[in-house]
Design a protein around this ligand. Structure first.
Ligand code: 5GP
Ligand code: ZN
Length: 113
């Protein structure tokens, strides 16, 4: 299995997991860009947002709602946080297993770099 996040999901590579269920795993980003920087990933391998089909609609909902739940648990729901899917080169995607960044705990600039 060559995909980094498939290996993290399987537990073959260590990570600081903060949540898991039958659909998704969430873990701390190894290079956090904010006081909260969690990645929510599906257990099933999907490379990019471009590869999502209608059959993934429930999974994407689970991912986004889990991001909100993690932000809420950390007290960032009302002050705000950011959820990001990077897709391919211009967005700087480096790991080609779908992941939702959940960032918060400091003001986040807009537009992004
Ligand atoms: P991307 O740039 O593809 O949207 O985001 C990939 C993210 O995965 C980056 O924020 C990066 O720090 C994180 N990352 C890369 N390798 C590892 C790893 O081995 N463990 C963890 N926890 N995060 C990783
Ligand atoms: Zn994968």
């Amino acid at each position: 299995m060559s995909c980094l996040f498939c290996r993290i999901v399987a537990g073959d590579i260590p990570s600081t997991k903060v949540y898991e269920d039958d659909d998704v795993v969430a873990f701390e980003d190894i290079h956090p860009q904010a006081p909260m920087h969690v990645l929510v990933v599906p257990r099933a391998h999907v490379a990019t947002v471009n590869d999502l089909g209608a059959d993934h609609d429930r999974l994407v909902g689970v991912m986004v709602r889990r991001a909100a739940a993690i932000a809420r648990e950390r007290g960032y729901d009302s002050r705000g946080f950011r959820t990001v899917f990077n897709c391919n080169a211009d967005a700087g995607q480096t790991v080609f297993h779908l992941h939702l960044h959940v960032l918060g705990g400091r003001p986040l600039a807009w537009p992004p770099g």
